[in-house]
Each structure stands twice: as C-alpha cells, then as structure tokens.
Write a protein that binds this ligand. Sequence first.
Ligand code: NAG
Length: 351
Amino acid sequence: MTEMTPPAKPRPNAVTPPLPWKTRFYLAILSAVTDTARRSNGTVNRRFLSFLDARTPPSATPLHGVRTTDVTVDTSRGLRFRLFVPVDSDAHESLPVIIFFHGGGFAFLSADSRAYDAVCRRICRRVGALVLSVDYRRSPEHRYPAPYEDGTDVLRFLDHGGLASADAAAARLADLATCFLAGDSAGANIAHHVARRWAAGRASGEWERVRLAGMVLIQPFFGGEERTEAEMRLPNAPIVSVERTDWLWRAFLPEGDDRNHEASNVFGPRAGELEAALPEALVVVGGFDPLQDWQRRYYEGLRARGKAARLVEYPDAVHAFYVFPELKESTALMEEIKAFVDGHRSPPIHG
Ligand SMILES: *[C@@H]1O[C@H](CO)[C@@H](O)[C@H](O)[C@H]1NC(C)=O
C-alpha cells in the first residue's frame, strides 16, 4: 500500500515559482487582506473581513452537477457543515463520504467562502463522493482544541444517524463505513487530529457506523520552534510566511504555549503515542511552500511509526495552489484524491 511518487526535480535556489500573473496577483491580495485583518494584539478584524470574504450560498439547484445544503449540528456553538451531493448518482449507489476542513490558519475563511465552496464542489464531482465541509469555530475567539472537537462532533453526528433527518436522500447514498477526513493547510492539521480522536474512540468501541478509510492532507499546517531550511529560504512566500504562521500559532495554541505543542509539532518533543487505528494518509507537498519540511517530517514520522502513507510532491506548487483551478497541479491533485479514495473503498457487498 505504501509507495512514493518518483522524486521530482528539486529547485533548490528558486524563491518564486512559475505562476500565471492572475494567480500571482490573487495570492498577493489574499496575503494583504489577511495581513490587514489580523491585529498586533492577536485579534482578527471580522468586520473588515466580512466585506472581502465573498460567500456562496447553498444551492438546492444543481450547479456543475452538484447540489449543496447547509446542515446544523449544534446551534449553541454555530457548528454546521455544507453538504455537497453529486446529482447524477444512481439512487442505489453507495458513495464514499469525505469530511473536509477548509484552510485559513485556524482563523480565517469558512465552508461558504467562495473559493472553498468551489474546491469542495470539484472534489465532490471529480471523486464521486459526498463532501461535508465543516464550519468549525475559528481562533483566536476559539483556540485549541475547539476545531478538533467540532470535527469529532460532526463524526458523532454521522454515527448517530444525524444525516438521515437532515437530508434523507444524501443519507441513503452515504457509505459511512468508507469515510475520509480531508483538508488543506490548517484544515489538514485538523483532519489529522480529528482522525486521532476517532482512532482513540475506536479503541474504546465508541463508533457504530463511522469508519475512517483514509486521510487526505493537502499541504498540512504543522510547525515547531525550530526554523527549517524551507522556512528560511522562502521568508516572503505568500500566505504562509514565517511571520504570518507565527502569528497564527499564537492565536490558536493555548495562551503562553509554544509551537512545540503537540497540535503543531505533531512528532516533536512533546508528542504522544499514535493510535493504532489511525488510517492511511495521503500527504501533498508543494516545492514553494515554506511548510514543506514540516510536511515531509510528518510523512516520515508516520512511516517511522509503522503507518501506511503516501507522499505526493508538486515541485512548482505554492501554498494553496489547489484553490486555483487554472494550475495544472490542481487537476493532478483531483486525480490523486480520486485514486486514493477509489483504492480505499469497501469491497462491494455481493448476494
Ligand atoms: C485589539 O485591538 C482592537 C483594535 O485596536 C481593539 O478594538 C480590541 O479591543 C483589542 N483587543 C484586545 C483583546 O486587546
């Protein structure tokens, strides 16, 4: 099961990737917006962001072959997810379920942000899966472990049959024995930690229906006190420069704690044992992402602990490349996710 893609040609000295000017421009805007929204006292100007973070409403009318609806899990904390259902699926089909966590450094964006609505729609359509994009609580208003708890509670909601009352047609399609946790950046960090919570619960017999078949971790946001080679080589990278990630960790980790906390430095000095039931991971790394060394260490850490894992490297990819469908790596990533999901589906039941 475990394999590695052929090593891609490294570009050890380049600091800027070959990108279309439109993508470059959008990345610069994105970085500038988050820089303006985050304050030096560690808070986020939500009012300012609400003007700039374009939202897409759910749509019962299919758009590109996918219908969407928002499902509330817990009103008291505003926990909900956006459900993406492929409309051309045969009513007797059984589809894998991908629980997705959006990126944004734990602090920014949401399931209805336009870019993430579009990403999840693409995954839903290309992979042929139900996608649940979790609107977890964000930092600094809600720090560690709030999003991990939110993700685990979405799994509990599914395990207790919550989908049937929210969307009966989708519930009939959902194969809860073939669930995947997926996410990008901070969302991939959340996926890892929610998978650990699921695996711990499995050891104590908590889960009746939900079984995790794999994790899809796209450019996961991990870190530590150390500065890695890539962090030093790419100090001005868009979105995840060292200065920005330091701010984001300070906003997320328990007050006064440091980046060697187990939430960020998952295999660092304070890491505990990994749960036996942790499913196989697909780890996606970009050659222009300052976080790449942490991501490779994560992959190697899994392997060193006897876990199945697959590493995919895109040498020309910047952080957040997958929100730009014009990039060839975005298309390639969809194919990877589809192959990974198809390779982990439960065998069809005969008779
Ligand atoms: C942080 O700064 C903003 C804007 O200057 C202010 O409105 C807010 O009350 C401050 N928050 C804290 C916790 O200091």
